[in-house]
Design a protein. Sequence first.
Length: 349
Amino acid sequence: MPLVCRLLEPAGAAAWDAFVAAHPAGTFFHRAGWQTVIERAFGHRTRYFVAERDGAIVGVLPVGQVRSVLFGNTFISVPFCVYGGPLAVEAEAFAALTQAAAALLPGSGASALEYRFLTLPPEGWLDPAAWVARSDLYVTFRKTIAASDDANLKAIPRKQRAVVRKGIERGLTATVDRNVDALHPIYAESVRNLGTPVFSRRYFSLLAEVFGSDLDVLTVRDGDTAVASVMNFYWRDEVLPYYGGGTAAARACHANDFMYWEVMRHAAARGAKLFDYGRSKVGTGSFAFKKNWGFEPAPLQYCFHLAPGAVVPEVNPLNPKFRLFIAAWKRLPLPVANLLGPHIVRGVG
């Protein structure tokens, strides 16, 4: 049967998600709900391509265009997500999806089409002459977890385990719900201290609305005071703590370490078997923190189809171009950072 490549229609979201869930390389970030979130939270245009044979989906490709004066103009699969790229069950469908996405570049002013692969497609499916592959931009940290709290605690390296125990002995408590009200101010303070613009509270609310029970928020309290909080995504048998942070008081009471231990405990109770700590840049504090938990980094393969004369975009905190910006942002009063942040971060992608 002939192959048809078209744009996703709202009525097809359930079939899209069923295909993603059945595909071995499917991730939480391939889900159709991200189209709604990206368009409504940031106003970016998206194109979610579907390849079909005889009415059956044989491939999908989610793409969003992020345009910013500060950070450039790029088509990304998927913006604001660590994984993405085409999913297909055959080479012809993969090629058709990639051709449709690459056709967006001419006349758009965009410098690149970016695929954020967690799992590379089969050899030969992506033309090396047309794509620049980079495995030095980010690493991811993924590790299996057991059903038993005791087994998971013993699997944490001794020094890190001792820090987790300090949080337990202090009497820190954790609650789990889907309310972003406690999370957002903590996250805002945390990212300001790192020199990073904050997402809007509306974005967090949209994530909770769109992904429902596949998302929760775990908040740690020292007495009655919320000191750390994290938003977690659940996908198949995986948990992904994605947006999290702690207040200035969190470090002294070991709340950040306790928080991720509680995420692990809660996820294991839900039946999760893999803990995905997300991506980091080598040489950053988050990289060292995750290594301390006994997670081994695995390079992420990001691939770029570049417009003539363009170079691979590097919108990350280690790019020397952004050092002055980061240093200045750390000194902003928190209310000012919270006011300006959502307008800037929408262009990061």
